[in-house]
Unconditional design. Sequence first.
Length: 319
Amino acid sequence: MNIATGKEIPLISLGLIAYNHETYIADCLKSILSQDYENLELVILDDASSDNTLNIIEKYIPKLEKKFKKLHLIKHNKNVGNIPKNYNMILKKITSEFFFSVSGDDIILSNTVTVLYTNLVSHPECAVIHANGIYIDENFHFGDLPDKSQLLHIGKETAVEPSSFFKQLMCRCIIYRPSVMMRTKLFNKYGYHNETLAFEDYEYWLRIALENEKFFYLNEVVVLYRRANSSYTNFNSNNGIKKLRDTIDFDYKSKKIYINKLTKDEVKRCWEAFYNDFLYHINNSNNCTSLIPYLDSLVKKENYSYLINDYKKNITRLN
């Protein structure tokens, strides 16, 4: 019950996936414990971390048991290494109507759950809310002041996403998973995450947007999104080439599932955005230019070789 209003508030489920996050997991757990929302369920999954992550989580269990109405800890003896599968394990544990998730290296604000829930229920026509955040690096800790110039979204205003949102998403994913709260009825209606893909989110947004499920964007910071050396979205890091190639593959395979839902002109815009976005990442990441032939091969497969020719002409002109 909310003490201020005297009204019952619904249970909200939080999911946390951790793998070798010993440097950051305490900060993540502190931020989860700081939530001002009162009726919470927490499901933590440790994917057989080889460092001290699980020990740190277990030290926080007494505090977590006091904070949360329901607490589940899933401990893998062997690394699954499949993010969609791990998320599906968490989703099969939760018992509420709303779901929010965070990675073990991210930090959420004390009002994150309250803000997302309040705005989502204020838009009953929407099934998903996503919001803004701030990039942080490996040196940031819980309680530090983030650099507000490092916003995830710049110039995007609060609004229900347009009816053309599926087509926008086919060009590029603009949703950051740690900023998302979803109605769990979606999983009953459209199934769980696709376990044949490397990541859980983009394909799912496409799947439900195609079915005209509405998304609401809130231009408010709710997550501090870490790009540390170990983060999969940090291509200027160890294994940067593998991380970027996996991301290219995931994006390509997700688009291919739904590409036949677009008109000829929309398909053209989709592959143009795909090629140009990943060229940007390749050219702005350390030692990743060896991926250009692979990227070229994908657009050739889709009969958009002119993109490669245009790129080479631009390079020649610049030189």
